[in-house]
Ligand binder design. Structure first.
Ligand code: NDP
Length: 298
């Protein structure tokens, strides 16, 4: 079975649309998202633009703050302070990577945790770890959990192997899969670049979440029959036959692994489309919390 992020994100957007309509009709509230970009990294500009476009389409108020590459740390912090205190803004996202003079950690720490829709602030990371529903869940791992739930993948008691331990993907993925609850309750093994016997560990996995950034590193002989594969990787590899000169591949060799898998996400069209959808879902959650509205009541 192909786990289509396009299909799941469409379901999330349809849920979001009705929540936005209900927020407006019942509470006269319009959710607001501010996206901050320091510098001119073309990929970041493209991400920021697609977030802004999606907001406009759905009726979420959005502000795009594009600052010069040489903007000082103090000026970025001043902007964060303004956005923290702006009632129209419920969520703040600072796009990575940032130029070298910016201390990313200090910028994240300065965001009001209630507006930290990326879930990078230590308060929200802690809340996620203890299962406090008041916090947020980081967008890409939240997207993976949404895919598992949408396709009703049985996870209870399963051995999930997570490849990668980044703060953005690997670590939160392990925390979410090992939580108590439906579409969780996994026994989790977290692997990284120093892991020994990676092939043997992968061969024991019922579920593999691949997030290493290494193109097609998970090969057919590393997985057992009926494995569930979630491929978070998005990698460009040179391809002269493609008019762009490259094609996108995941961290999993799809053609080798797909015949053995019971379910697998493609790249592109798997986890990729989920990230913005979950960011906007978090923005609506933030708007509800800041206006003392129960999300479930919408
Ligand atoms: P990072 O580079 O921050 O982390 C990669 C992780 O993989 C590290 O923990 C690293 O280990 C581990 N790793 C590297 N080599 C190996 C190896 N040979 N075996 C096992 N583990 C290894 O990447 P991210 O977590 O930010 O992203 C991972 C992938 O997901 C990328 O392809 C990225 O493009 C994609 N991505 C996709 C998103 C989406 O929207 N779908 C969003 C975010 C990321 P160590 O810690 O030891 O260095």
């Amino acid at each position: 079975m192909i786990l289509s992020g396009k299909e799941v994100s469409a379901a999330v957007y349809s849920r979001i649309e009705s929540q936005i309509a209900s927020l407006s009709e019942k509470h006269s509230v319009t959710p607001g998202l501010a996206v901050v970009l320091v510098g001119e990294d073309p990929a970041s500009q493209s991400y920021v633009n697609s977030k802004a476009k999606k907001c406009e389409k759905l009726g979420i108020y959005s502000e795009k703050h594009v600052l010069d590459t040489d903007t000082s740390q103090a000026d970025v912090l001043a902007l964060i302070d303004t956005l923290n205190n702006k009632p129209e803004i419920n969520g703040i996202l600072v796009q990575s990577p940032q130029p070298p003079q910016i201390d990313e950690r200090a910028i994240i720490d300065a965001i009001n945790p209630q507006k930290d829709v990326d879930c990078f602030h230590p308060v929200n990371v802690g809340k996620m770890l203890i299962g406090d529903e008041d916090g947020f869940v980081p967008c890409t791992p939240a997207g993976v959990m949404e895919i598992l739930a949408h396709y009703e993948i049985e996870t209870q008691g399963k051995h999930a192997v997570v490849l990668g331990r980044s703060n953005i993907v690997g670590k939160p993925m392990c925390a979410l899969l090992s939580r108590k609850g439906k579409y969780a309750n996994c026994t989790v093994t977290m692997c990284h670049s120093r892991t020994q016997n990676l092939n043997e560990i992968c061969l024991q996995a019922d579920i593999i979440i691949a997030a290493t950034g290494i193109p097609e590193m998970v090969r057919g002989d590393m997985v057992k029959d009926d494995v569930v594969i979630i491929d978070v990787g998005i990698n460009r590899v040179d391809d002269a036959s493609d008019k762009r000169g490259y094609r996108l591949v995941g961290d999993v060799a799809f053609d080798e692994v797909e015949p053995k898998a019971s379910a697998i996400t493609p790249v592109p069209g798997g986890v990729g489309p989920m990230t913005i959808a979950m960011l906007l879902q978090n923005t609506i959650r933030a708007a509800c919390q800041q206006n003392s509205i129960a999300l479930e009541s919408l």
